[in-house]
Design a protein around this ligand. Structure first.
Ligand SMILES: CC(C)(COP(=O)(O)OP(=O)(O)OC[C@H]1O[C@@H](n2cnc3c(N)ncnc32)[C@H](O)[C@@H]1OP(=O)(O)O)[C@@H](O)C(=O)NCCC(=O)NCCS
Length: 152
C-alpha cells in the first residue's frame, strides 16, 4: 500500500461499520447500535478523542484516547482506550501514526503522561509500545463483579 495515501483524521459516524470490523479483530465484538451510542457520547465529550487511519477506500485502523478520571492521588493523565490496525496492513507505521495523533491530542490538553493497559498475552503489542517509547511499569489483576443478572 502507498503510505502517502494514508490519512489520520477524526472518526465519523459513517466510519462505524469499519470500526466495528476492526473492533472484532481486537477481540471486542460489538453491535453497531451499541457502538453508535458510545460513539455519540464520546464524540461530544472534550475528554475523549477517536481517530481513524484511512485510505480513500477504507478505514484501516483506529485509536481511542481519553483523559483519565481525576484522582486524589495522581495528576491528570491520558489513557489509550483501544488501538487496532487491520491485519492486512500491519507493520507499515500506521499504528505509530495513530499513537502520534493520540499523543498530540493529549499534549495539547496539557496532559503530562500517557498510559496504556495491555493484556499480558498481547506480546506483539508490547513490542510495539516499547518501540514507541513506553515502559512497562506495573502488572496487575483486573477484578470485576457483575452488578446485575444480565451482566453475568
Ligand atoms: C499493535 C498494533 C496496533 C500495531 O500497529 P502497526 O500498524 O502494525 O504498527 P507499526 O507498523 O507502527 O509498528 C509495527 C511494529 O509493531 C509490532 N507489532 C505488534 N503486533 C504486530 C502484528 N500483529 N503484526 C506486525 N507487527 C506487529 C512489531 O514490533 C512491529 O514492528 P516490525 O514490523 O518491525 O516487527 C497492531 O499490530 C494491532 O492492531 N494489533 C492487534 C491489536 C492490539 O494488540 N492492539 C493493542 C491493544 S493494547
Amino acid at each position: 500500500m502507498n503510505k502517502s495515501a494514508i490519512t489520520i483524521r477524526e472518526m465519523r459516524e459513517d466510519d462505524l461499520s469499519a470500526v466495528r470490523g476492526l473492533a472484532e479483530q481486537l477481540g471486542y465484538p460489538i453491535s453497531l447500535a451499541d457502538l453508535s451510542q458510545r460513539f455519540a457520547w464520546l464524540n461530544k465529550s472534550s475528554d475523549h478523542k477517536l481517530f481513524v487511519a484511512c485510505t480513500d477506500a477504507a478505514v484501516i485502523g483506529w485509536v481511542h484516547v481519553g483523559k483519565e478520571m481525576s484522582s486524589l492521588l495522581a495528576a491528570d493523565r491520558a489513557d489509550i482506550g483501544a488501538l487496532v490496525v487491520d491485519t492486512q496492513v500491519r507493520s507499515q507505521g500506521i499504528g505509530a501514526n495513530l499513537m502520534m495523533a493520540a499523543e498530540k491530542w493529549a499534549t495539547d490538553k496539557n496532559l503530562k503522561l500517557m498510559r496504556v493497559r495491555s493484556n499480558m498475552k498481547r506480546t506483539d503489542a508490547h513490542r510495539f509500545y516499547q518501540r514507541q517509547g513506553y515502559e512497562i511499569v506495573k502488572s496487575w489483576h483486573l477484578f470485576t463483579k457483575a452488578l446485575r443478572d444480565s451482566e453475568r
